[in-house]
Design a protein around this ligand. Structure first.
Ligand code: SAM
Ligand code: SF4
Length: 454
């Protein structure tokens, strides 16, 4: 195919950070690498009845927001790293795009308009990523090892020598790690290294398909001593993760605003960006505005990231979460932070919520909801069903305020539609959260109020 288009004026960016334009026939053209306001040509790679997709090939009018990418592996070329999508757009403009995505999704998918758009939550744009999953490939033909993210639109591992979105200390490990894997006898049976950083520890989880011989273990120990990392070994699924050597500092992060310290295991869910996480927890709690006598439910509570700060303010907090391991971690963390007497944790599949299950969780004044990408449909639907037909849960009352933290604006919008259009809530505030600068991921937070709050 590879035909070049006419000059096209780019109107907007889509969720994959592709420029969106219309050609002379009125067809939508998605253009990798193009920015809103630019006049560009594209090489077309895919053509369908009502849309085409291609890659930027020439620019006649450049956006004032276009910047030089900060990482040498970013680009449109073959072999470019697929980890970032927006490095060519000024970070402030990235945030504006994400804020717009949240607004547009709420309106188009949920028919909801937030009464106030809050200032987006922003943090450092480089070195922010404390979690990452690097693929490892031993390429026998070249006698080389690659460690990194996948190339753009490909299953190959990018030839990543540095990475600007992970902390410098981690980026500096990429080449030494190649040398380590190359020296190991099991080098072709080691598919992945997962990074999980705490405030003091760089934990690396090595997935190994065969038991590791003593020589390989000795190499790992030598690497740990030289580079100050902590090795964890993963022979099977995430539950099989074990420290290579006990002792040493504990993997943990702090939430200083609330005097809380959260130990975790490297395969537990923790937020990718600790700077934004601390700001997000602070913002969410200010928005929720819990009063001392109140009961709160933290849905999808993970290891207690919001539950424990909430417990410093509320009378009582119930945390509900699907993973037994995380519920166990929440309990341990509540106890370690002296908050066990104010918290309860339950493991449950929240995609299977019904009005009677919801009623059994009791009345709470406020809810914090932080679901995975799939959203909290069953929960929002159960609230809407009870509001529409109170006989489904006699005596139960919906919370007056809900703060919903989302990693997928489409499912947030769908659930917001239920809360606002069927359950009598108003969406009083919303904002984007720039948890993942340079990527197209959009994190956001929205507030729903049922009664006028004092
Ligand atoms: C975005 S994380 C939020 C975790 C926590 N609030 C935090 O800030 O660390 C979503 C959580 O939902 C949990 N989860 C995923 N599917 C679930 C389900 N069907 N039922 C209950 N919890 C689920 C995950 O284990 C994860 O802990
Ligand atoms: S993920 Fe890292 S290596 Fe890849 S483009 Fe982004 S900064 Fe560069």
């Amino acid at each position: 195919m590879n035909q070049t288009t006419e000059w096209l004026k780019v109107d907007s960016l889509d969720l994959e950070a592709q420029g969106v334009a219309h050609n002379a026939e009125g067809k939508v053209v998605f253009i990798d690498g193009a920015l809103p306001g630019e006049v560009v040509q594209a090489q077309i790679a895919r053509r369908k009845n009502n849309w085409e997709q291609g890659t930027l090939s020439a620019i006649k009018k450049e956006s004032a927001q276009r910047v030089t990418p900060g990482c040498p592996h970013f680009g449109l070329h073959a072999g470019a790293c697929g980890g970032c999508k927006m490095q060519h757009l000024h970070p402030a403009a990235q945030v504006a795009v994400k804020q717009r995505v949240v607004e547009d999704n709420l309106w188009h998918l949920g028919k909801v308009k937030a009464e106030t758009l809050l200032r987006p939550i922003e943090g450092p744009t480089w070195g922010y990523r404390y979690r990452a999953r690097f693929s490892v490939r031993y390429v026998a033909k070249k006698g080389a090892v690659l460690i990194g993210f996948h190339e753009r639109k490909s299953r190959y591992v990018a030839d990543m020598q540095v990475c600007k979105v992970v902390p410098r200390r981690v980026s500096d490990l990429l080449l030494p790690l190649r040398g380590l894997i190359m020296a190991m006898a099991e080098r072709d049976r080691l598919p992945q290294i997962e990074l999980a950083m705490g405030d003091e520890v760089i934990a690396l989880v090595l997935r190994h398909l065969n038991p590791l011989p003593p020589g390989d273990l000795a190499l790992l120990r030598q690497f740990a001593a030289e580079h100050g990392v902590q090795w964890w070994l993963q022979p099977k699924g995430p539950d099989s993760v074990r420290l290579l050597d006990e002792g040493g500092p504990q993997l943990a992060y702090a939430l200083p605003e609330f005097g809380i310290r959260m130990p975790f295991k490297p395969t537990d869910f923790t937020q990718v960006n600790p700077h934004i996480n601390a700001a997000l927890v602070g913002r969410a709690l200010r928005l929720l505005a819990v009063r001392p006598g109140e009961r709160v439910i933290d849905w999808f509570c993970g290891l207690g990231n919001f539950t424990l700060p909430l417990a410093t303010q509320a009378r009582e907090v119930l945390g509900i979460e699907g993973s037994e391991a995380l519920v166990e971690r929440s309990r341990e963390n509540a106890a370690a932070n002296g908050l066990a007497h104010k918290t309860n944790f339950v493991a449950r599949n929240l995609f299977e919520m019904t009005p009677s299950l919801l009623a059994a969780d009791g009345i709470a004044d406020r809810w914090l909801v932080d679901p995975p990408r799939e959203g909290a449909f069953a929960l929002a639907k159960a609230v809407a069903d009870i509001v529409q037909d109170p006989s489904l849960a006699p005596g139960w009352a919906p919370p007056r305020r809900i703060v919903y933290v989302s990693c997928n604006p489409a499912t947030l919008a769908r659930d917001a539609g239920l809360l606002v259009n069927l359950a009598g809530y108003r969406c009083t505030a919303a904002s984007a959260v720039n948890m993942f600068p340079h990527t197209a991921h959009v994190e956001s937070v929205a507030v729903f109020d049922r009664d006028a709050m004092a």
